[in-house]
Design a protein around this ligand. Sequence first.
Ligand SMILES: [Zn+2]
Ligand SMILES: [Zn+2]
Length: 425
Amino acid sequence: MKAVLDHVGIAVKDLAAALAFYRDALGLEIEAPEEVASQRVRAHFLPVGDAKLELLEATAPDSPIAKYTEKRGPGLHHITLRVDDIDAALAQLKARGTRLIDDQPRQGAEHSLVAFIHPASAHGVLVELKQSANRQSAASTVPLAVSRYAVGDLELISLSDGLIRLDGGAMFGTVPKVLWEKKAPADARNRIAMAMRPLLVRGARTMLIDAGVGDKDAAKFHDIFGIDRTRSLSVTMAEAGVAPEDVDIVLASHLHFDHAGGFTYRDAGGRIRPTFPRAQYIVRRGEWEDATHPHARNRASYLADNYAPLADAGVLQLVDDDATIMPGVKVRRTGGHCMHHQMVLIESKGRTAAFVADLIPTTAHLPDAWIMGFDLYPMDTLAVKQQFLKQAIEQDTLVFFEHDPALAAGYIREQNGTRFVQPAS
Ligand SMILES: [Zn+2]
Ligand SMILES: [Zn+2]
């Protein structure tokens, strides 16, 4: 067993006061907090070299952290050692007669697996073992899994068209790499992995929002963008029990190739056809005009094969304004990313959801200044993002992150000026 120090856990009673010391006085950076629902605890990590400090805040009176600070006051709570294989580590410790609090690993912060060793066996220290999320066995987490959500009378099904890799610098605009690479590690070509997650909405009609990158493009294109379509739209739609013929409406957030590529496919005879044979395809008129008249700055994002055949097939429907597309589903122009980029707002029986597309492509893009370099009008992105997030927090909106590699959807929370996402269960 090779164990390395992962973090030191500190129980706090007054988070603001603790931050005044650990963040402000020591000058440490703080990451977005993470809820560990099973422990009724909120964890705030501050990186220190290769390890982190973890400030632990109780979220309920019956939280173990609340009991700890009540009894002993705030202070050092545990140390965490990271191991490659937590099952093997626990088996070894058991064989040596070590007293364990957890016989079996359980879910910890940051999608990890954890287990505690009793202080009686660790000379008075509470020791946590941890196995990071990316080391978990394939069986425990299906990447880009199909997930279902109920919003009033509507059923929302998050699908996948696999992964695409885009330049990390371009994805985070003016944010320095030393900051963004902690959230999204870059590969040897400076690319970060992003998901493509179309959303299916089932209500009065069956609607698909965006359709990923599709499979019309050549090997060179797939190499440049590191495309991995193991979890393609056809695979995940089949898992969800939805056939291409079931789709009544295909709605475009915008026509960039990572959103509209799956709108069409190349048949055996080499002809490009609509992928969803019964569907009307709904596109905002301004976006259609921009996509069919590209300029030097946006030309690489618009591939005519993805949308021109829709007009030829007579299945294209252009909408001029913010409109209701089907009961409970309306579009709202955001601009920013491109002039006519739109998000999709969903409402049923007082519950709300939003598919924000490239307005907030991943959960890493929640802070105000984390805006894509790709955006044509970044100041518009900033204004709309601030306004949207404020409303999403107030209305407890379920927000879908189309490009997030780890999380399909969650609820936005804000604490001490830091926004974070509480994953939807
Ligand atoms: Zn885009
Ligand atoms: Zn995109």
